[in-house]
Design a protein around this ligand. Structure first.
Ligand SMILES: *Cc1c(COP(=O)(O)O)cnc(C)c1O
Ligand code: SF4
Length: 335
């Protein structure tokens, strides 16, 4: 079955994603009262839900943990002190358009301004993507900057979602990066294996394998928050990545009413490690405007992690971290 997947398969899946709140509410048989607030809110940050993800949501349940990640609600429009547009100081660490250079040895490239799903808690929901390079010519200064800084051993592709680039475009960027001798690792941060699993097709796996074999090791960091997200098609995609020899890590965001529960996080970790995916980070929510209603107090987060340690192998307990603007690394919340 998998061998029939191709570039056009995932592009079709992406085109079919739901973008209209009316459709989301009618397909999921949700109360009509949710519609007006959703219509109001999508103007500032659009709705986007691939059908594969929609299929994992329980119809008629406004409290579904996956629905809550994608349904626009009126609380997003409230102004809450402490929650701002650039919560993590991205724009202070941007030496050249396209690059965020925050941490030693690693440079992050904003290669895509789009995602296949719009997570309502997104820390980059206000990021000014339109100022980033688009054409290959506009990327030239980025390659110059990376080539000139031999301290950079790892390049992280981020965005937006880097896997929304076509295979050809991705291959161009990866080849440019792989051509810089001091860059040894290429890390890809993507939610697509979880929300648009068709994206993992043989052509993409071959690209990653070729890069790794030629000395630029490809690492993948996916983003799943809840065990219900690991559906059958996601399992297939993750197994393919792991079988291709690509190290796969997962990061989650701790989200109120979604995964602020020991049982759900244990179940998520177990599903991941049974597929060969290592839990990496559990992020404290970045305090981005519009996301205040998702925040879990740090004390509660710490209690959850202490409990996870009693129930999981050590390697299955993610590091509980928060990003603090100006710090040299992500800050552990457990001390
Ligand atoms: C999180 C992050 C990284 C990667 O940090 P790790 O702790 O190595 O995962 C790199 N650059 C930026 C800008 C980041 O926000
Ligand atoms: S996939 Fe990541 S970058 Fe995209 S909307 Fe969700 S949290 Fe934001």
């Amino acid at each position: 079955m998998t061998s029939t997947l191709s570039e056009s398969t995932w592009q079709k899946s992406l085109a079919q994603a739901i973008r209209d709140p009316r459709e989301l509410i009618s397909q999921l048989k949700l109360p009509e009262s949710l519609l007006l607030p959703a219509l109001d809110t999508v103007q500032s940050f659009p709705l986007m839900v691939p059908l594969s993800y929609l299929n994992r949501i329980e119809p008629g349940n406004p409290e579904d943990p996956l629905l809550k990640q994608v349904l626009p609600v009126d609380r997003e429009n409230q102004t809450v002190p402490g929650f701002s547009d650039d919560a993590v100081g991205d724009l202070q660490v941007r030496p050249t358009p396209g690059i965020l250079h925050k941490y030693q040895g690693r440079a992050l490239l904003m290669v895509s301004g789009a995602c296949a799903i719009n997570c309502r808690y997104c820390f980059r929901r206000h990021y000014p993507y339109s100022n980033e390079p688009r054409t290959l010519a506009e990327w030239e200064p980025v390659w110059d900057a990376l080539s000139a800084d031999s301290s950079i051993q790892e390049v992280i592709l981020s965005g937006g979602d880097p896997l929304l680039l076509t295979d050809l475009r991705l291959q161009d960027l990866c080849n440019r990066i792989a051509g810089i001798p001091h860059v040894k690792r290429l890390r890809i941060h993507s939610r697509l294996p979880v929300v648009l699993p068709d994206r993992i097709h043989p052509g993409l796996l071959e690209l990653f394998q070729r890069l790794s074999e030629n000395g630029t090791l490809v690492w993948m960091v996916i983003h799943a928050n809840h065990p219900n997200e690991i559906a059958q098609d996601v399992e297939t995609a993750l197994k393919q990545l792991v079988s291709a020899g690509i190290p796969v890590l997962n990061q989650s965001v701790l989200l109120k009413g979604i995964n602020d529960s020991v049982d759900e996080l244990v179940s998520l970790s177990e599903r991941l490690i049974n597929l060969g995916v290592t839990p990496y980070y559990l992020h404290q929510l970045d305090r981005v405007a519009g996301a205040a209603h998702f925040e879990v107090p740090e004390e509660q987060g710490r209690a959850i992690i202490r409990e996870l340690r009693t129930r999981l192998p050590g390697y299955a307990v993610p590091q509980y971290v928060r990003e603090i603007a100006g710090e040299a690394h992500k800050v552990s919340l457990l001390g």
